[in-house]
Design a protein around this ligand. Sequence first.
Ligand SMILES: Cc1cc2nc3c(=O)[nH]c(=O)nc-3n(C[C@H](O)[C@H](O)[C@H](O)COP(=O)(O)OP(=O)(O)OC[C@H]3O[C@@H](n4cnc5c(N)ncnc54)[C@H](O)[C@@H]3O)c2cc1C
Length: 419
Amino acid sequence: MKDITDIIIIGAGACGLFTAINIAERHPDKRILILEKSKEALGKVRISGGGRCNLTNAEPNPREFVKNYPRGHRELLGVFSRFSNKDTIEWFESHKVPLKQEADGRIFPQSNSSQTVIDCFLSLAKKYGIEILYRQNIQSFSYEQDLWMVQAVDTFLGRHLVIATGSNPKIWQQLAILGHTIVPPVPSLFTFATKDSFIEELAGVSKQVSIKLLESQGTPLKVPLIDKQGLLGALLITHWGFSGPAVLKLSAFTARILAELEYKFALQINWLAEADEQLTTQDTLTILQEEKQKHPRKELQNHCPFGLAKKLWIKLVERAGVLPHQLWAALNKGQLHALAKELTASTFSIEDKAPFKEEFVTAGGVSLKEIDFKSFRSKRYSTLYIGGEALDIDAVTGGYNFQNAWSSGYLIAEGVISE
Ligand SMILES: Cc1cc2nc3c(=O)[nH]c(=O)nc-3n(C[C@H](O)[C@H](O)[C@H](O)COP(=O)(O)OP(=O)(O)OC[C@H]3O[C@@H](n4cnc5c(N)ncnc54)[C@H](O)[C@@H]3O)c2cc1C
């Protein structure tokens, strides 16, 4: 049994280290202990963003920023008014981690290496005497006589307990024993696998599209935060199906629905959707009829009026039941309708989810109803704090997941300090 520690943090990940450093900066006298199950800290930070660590996003509007969180968007609006992406940028810059912004808004260390973030955190932990104990896989924790007793290889006693263990089932189980509700975990951020022969020879083709999920009867599924016209974004055709930012985003927003459907569903794609305009089937039919008048002697395969990649256009023509070498003049009414439908609402059977190599997260975790978001304090125990991915909060790619870890860590630190 050890002495009593002021703050015990379980998990030396993004949230755990950020919490510890922000407490120590204002209260170097507090004794902080981090217990980590693996042999090194910040394992996920190391591999994040392809080894570059996409640590936040530059989106300036908080209301737009929170739209990237399928779970947690309501709660995080208030949280970001106290510690935002702008604060994150200032924090890292003022702690000697110069940052850079990419054209799409993602923020990385200027060094292009997650090691810079790790070095920054570990040198600050050393400077402030934050103790990190490795290979301490926490088995259980309990609250008795105003103290937290944490059990791993050794037993530790602390006045405050911070849970920063990411998506760890054992810790969720312990929190459930303490009376917290755990929203069952399901995967988020994945790609869609299909056996449709359409994708053959199209691997590598990328296109701005709009996509929707369909119910078995063919009606679009209503998904909160997703426009009823569909989700607009880049789609990438792969050897196994569909990937790209639009698919990853849809997988995150529909993570729970798709888990219930056991990843068997229909995906509708409008291939004629641009940021400024989405063509409807009727608009497209009108254009096709005009093209028939203007280019009657051309073969379908040699004339695409929509600027699509030739092999994609030919596959869509074939899918509409039209031969690619057919002349425009020979297109009958039924074929024109079928082609307009295929271009704006082609439907694919998705048989399964498939991995996404870069980033994956888990939807689910501690129920947000049981957390006071001023300081990420448990509503059940006044000295228990839960942050980062341990909560039922997750985001799409772009630096938003780490922003949740930084903001929760910062506010936990403020909460602990103010006591
Ligand atoms: C490959 C990959 C790339 C990613 N890239 C990005 C990116 O570029 N940008 C972005 O915003 N997000 C990214 N993410 C998501 C991001 O890494 C997570 O959202 C973030 O790390 C969550 O922080 P956390 O501190 O809550 O949890 P974690 O970083 O997972 O840290 C939890 C820590 O707790 C420890 N732990 C768990 N259980 C126990 C236990 N029982 N006892 C003791 N210790 C325990 C773990 O070992 C770990 O060190 C990526 C994720 C992956 C998998």
